[in-house]
Write a protein that binds this ligand. Structure first.
Ligand code: FE2
Ligand code: FE2
Length: 323
């Protein structure tokens, strides 16, 4: 188990989640009822035509994809392939409970498909210099991801709720930008966005159980994790440049995060929660002010917009120019 700054709180939060086991089971059942089977090998399959005609056509289309799309897909691919980190973090926080072991295995199997299908697509579409992709992925797995917020099961659920929605938005917006150039990439990314939406629904409603049972503690943890969403790929080499490309392309950035936080606070009914303690009341009030603060930040960043050219060695040629 991970070290925790508040061991008593850690145990108390696990007790609350244990008492919610029937409700967590119902959320897993709801998730399973919404699943439909799909496989990377079905989505990305060009048969065994010796002329490789379909593969050639794919590569012709993929060559025309905007650089921002290729960069966004790279960041999302690497993030998805960071799955060992995310599996470990979830297991460390809630893995002592059988119901969460069941969920974590299911979630991991679903997430594993995401990295696989993006990797298959990138290889077949010849999207990147392959050794550059391998080097980045190796470095991300070697360097790890240990978010500062670790140590609280409630914070884990708050984080995963926000993060799954962020990933859904990122995949969906990249799919939208890819659509005019490469319909297969749009299809792949839309499939991933659908999975992320279902993951978000699970984590968001699991966190709602914590809020209902233990509102003061849950509000404090949410207020710790929500202001700055530490993206799961933030230790990837070149992450800041890739994130900047995503922001400028309208894929994901503070503007989208502000809307996401606003939507999540509404979903949880944060405004109408009446905590018992003053600290939790102040946390609620800070949370309610957060979307406006994030919107203001997005506005300041958009005003500073100016032409930049980034060099990414995984692109062919290795440049991404931004307007
Ligand atoms: Fe994913
Ligand atoms: Fe997900």
């Amino acid at each position: 188990m991970i070290p925790c700054c508040r061991p008593t709180a850690f145990a108390a939060q696990l007790d609350v989640l244990a008492a919610a086991t029937p409700a967590i089971t119902a959320l897993i059942d709801r998730h399973l009822a919404s699943c439909h089977e799909w496989w990377p090998g079905e989505l990305v399959d060009f048969g065994d035509d010796p002329q490789l005609a379909a593969l050639g056509a794919l590569r012709d289309r993929a060559r025309g994809l905007p650089s921002a799309v290729k960069v966004s897909v790279m960041l999302n691919l690497l993030t998805e392939e960071g799955l060992p980190h995310f599996h470990r973090i979830i297991a460390e926080h809630v893995g002592s409970q059988a119901i969460w072991q069941r969920w974590t295995r299911l979630w991991t199997a679903e997430e594993d498909r995401h990295g696989n299908v993006l990797r298959d697509y990138a290889r077949d579409a010849a999207l990147y210099a392959p050794a550059a992709l391998d080097r980045l992925q190796f470095g991300f797995l070697r360097d790890g991801f240990d978010p500062e917020w670790a140590g609280s099961p409630y914070r884990l659920l708050a984080y995963t709720s926000l993060q799954e929605r962020a990933t859904q938005i990122s995949h969906a917006n990249t799919a939208r930008l890819a659509a005019a150039h490469e319909p297969l990439l749009q299809t792949v990314l839309a499939r991933l966005a659908g999975d992320e939406a279902r993951h978000c629904a699970f984590y968001r409603d699991a966190f709602a159980l914590a809020l209902a049972a233990d509102p003061d503690a849950a509000l404090l943890e949410l207020a710790d994790v929500a202001p700055v969403l530490s993206m799961p790929g933030s230790t990837i080499m070149g992450f800041q440049m890739m994130a900047e490309v995503e922001r400028q392309a309208g894929v994901f950035g503070p503007r989208q995060y502000a809307a996401l936080v606003d939507e999540s606070l509404n979903h949880w009914g944060i405004a109408s929660i009446e905590p018992h303690g003053g600290e939790a009341r102040r946390a609620r009030d800070r949370l309610m002010a957060l979307p406006a603060r994030l919107d203001a930040l997005a506005g300041r960043l958009e005003q500073r917009r100016h032409l930049k050219t980034y060099v990414f060695d995984f692109l062919r040629p290795p440049l991404a120019a931004l307007a």
